[in-house]
Design a binder for this molecule. Structure first.
Ligand SMILES: [Ca+2]
Length: 486
């Protein structure tokens, strides 16, 4: 660079700074850096890959998820850090994996373990954002109001199933109700988001809206059930003997005797599927109300939207129900982003995404320093170009030392006792055939095992969950975290 030009470049920033300081606000607006982007952060509870864009279940009715999907980038292979509400959410919000924090289960209160200053909310507040929320962002009982500038305090309770009416089969709770959409807390939670989006803000905002549905109980107004006539309900693809080649630690996770066997015996499996579909449709309606507000928002052009569900759900696949497992149904979840100026409408990303990337991606997009403790890296490049190179697998952990590694083509599971599963996703997307015992796949297992977490903090809640049941070596060292399970 020639000397006069270089001198000019050195002096220019000082001149700009000086002018900014002396000119009135209106005069320098054109030169001012754009305001940091706002964030609409939408959490869904227990919504598996039964959303239109996945093409996984043709029965689903999700017009508003589909509408959102057409507005931004939808991820086909996004995986939670843990297939359980509290550990999934604590990890996503803190940037610390369950195997690092020891927050493995719902009964482990993360608050004494992970300080508020580690949290995504704190990173945004420190950057000058107004941070507000409603509904379920963290597992309900563990919310810290001190993390938020404002939080919806009264969202109401779920309507009750009338006496004498069946409320489901065992622990799988479902019933069509004669109530109104407004009677369910998610309506009020959406209202909070709608009101916040309608306001003009003088500071950038981080607005978190956490819907409870389709978490159980699957109790929503009857009209949502009527969208899915029982006679038309298809059971999810499954093999009755699918667990035959699953090792003992995996069978313990499936525990068919708890939910699946009673469900089959009751003859109500299709009713349960209908109820989950109905509850997803109810959730979709509230998402639509929120999207209307987002599209009308005065700050729409500068507002990022990030939607995630905390994990997936089984409805009888592998004779398993609920989350609490390391297979595709429990670990994969809907994940959709709109980033003004970055994402292209209606694009699908096939790369494997680990939810641990949410924190650093949001901070990067908003020009906020990513705290050092955050364990993963930003996937901003995939938001800009969903086909960009990306070779990071997604890791999911359930209880102490049980992990799964998901790459584009493979799933590898290793339980605490050393039991393993391996699935070739290109040929077997239902994960029916466990290849882990076949010698010709030894090298593939070794390759995938390299991605397993290097740290496995002992379960602070006591016995190391399935690890212990599955024959964890006696005398395994307990970590320093002393919090008792509640
Ligand atoms: Ca099988």
């Amino acid at each position: 660079m020639k000397r006069p030009l270089r001198l000019f470049c050195l002096v220019l920033p000082s001149v700009v700074a000086l002018l900014s300081a002396i000119l009135p606000a209106g005069a320098r607006a054109a030169d001012a850096p754009p305001q940091k982007p706002n964030v609409l952060f939408i959490a869904i509870d227990d919504l598996r890959d039964w959303v239109g864009y996945f093409g996984r279940n043709p029965q689903v009715k999700t017009p508003n998820f589909d509408r959102l999907s057409k507005m931004g980038v939808s991820f086909n292979r996004a995986y939670c850090a843990s297939p359980v509400c509290n550990p999934s959410r604590a990890a996503l919000m803190s940037g610390l994996r369950p195997s690092t924090s020891g927050v493995y289960e719902n009964n482990i209160d993360f608050r004494p373990i992970i300080a508020p200053d580690k949290m995504l909310t704190t990173a945004f507040r420190n950057a000058g954002y107004i941070v507000q929320g409603a509904g379920k962002i963290y597992h309900e009982a563990y919310r810290r109001d001190s993390e938020w500038d404002d939080y919806l305090q009264r969202e109401g309770g779920n309507p009750k199933v009338p006496a004498g009416q069946s409320d489901g089969v065992g622990g799988i709770k479902f019933a069509a109700l004669d109530c109104k959409d407004e009677d369910i807390p998610d309506w009020t939670i959406a209202d909070y988001g709608i009101a916040a989006l309608a306001k003009k803000h003088d500071k950038p905002f981080f607005l978190a809206v956490g819907f409870h549905k389709p978490h159980m109980p699957w109790n929503v107004p009857r009209k949502w059930f009527d969208l899915f006539p029982l006679a038309s309900i298809q059971l999810p693809p499954h093999l009755d003997n699918d667990l035959d080649d699953v090792p003992p630690a995996g069978v313990r996770m499936a525990h068919p005797q708890t939910d699946h066997e009673p469900m089959v015996k009751s003859g109500r499996w299709k009713e349960a599927v209908q109820a989950y579909l109905a509850t997803i449709a109810y959730c979709d309606m509230n998402l639509g109300r929120l999207l209307d507000a987002y599209e009308k928002s005065p700050e729409r052009a500068n507002t990022i939207l990030c939607l995630w569900s905390d994990h997936g759900w089984h409805l009888g696949e592998k004779s398993h129900w609920r989350k609490f497992a390391l297979w595709e149904e429990a670990t994969r979840a809907p994940f959709i982003w709109i980033v003004p100026g970055v994402t292209k409408p209606g694009t699908i990303c096939e790369r494997t995404i680990d939810y641990m990337g949410i924190f650093p991606t949001l901070t990067e997009l908003c020009g906020i320093p990513t705290p050092k403790h955050v364990e993963f890296e930003s996937f901003r490049a995939l938001l800009a170009d969903p086909t960009a190179a990306w070779d990071k697998p997604a890791i999911t952990t359930y209880r102490y030392k049980n992990h799964t590694v998901r790459t584009a083509g493979w799933r590898y599971i290793r339980y605490a006792n050393g039991d393993e599963e391996l699935y070739d996703e290109t040929k077997d997307s239902n994960e029916y055939v466990n290849l882990a015992t076949k010698p010709e796949f030894a090298a593939k297992k070794t390759e995938l095992a390299k991605f397993l977490p290097k740290t496995d903090v002992a379960d602070p809640g006591g016995p190391a969950g399935l690890g212990a049941e599955a024959g964890e070596p006696k005398g395994a060292k307990k970590g320093g975290k002393k919090k008792k399970a509640e």
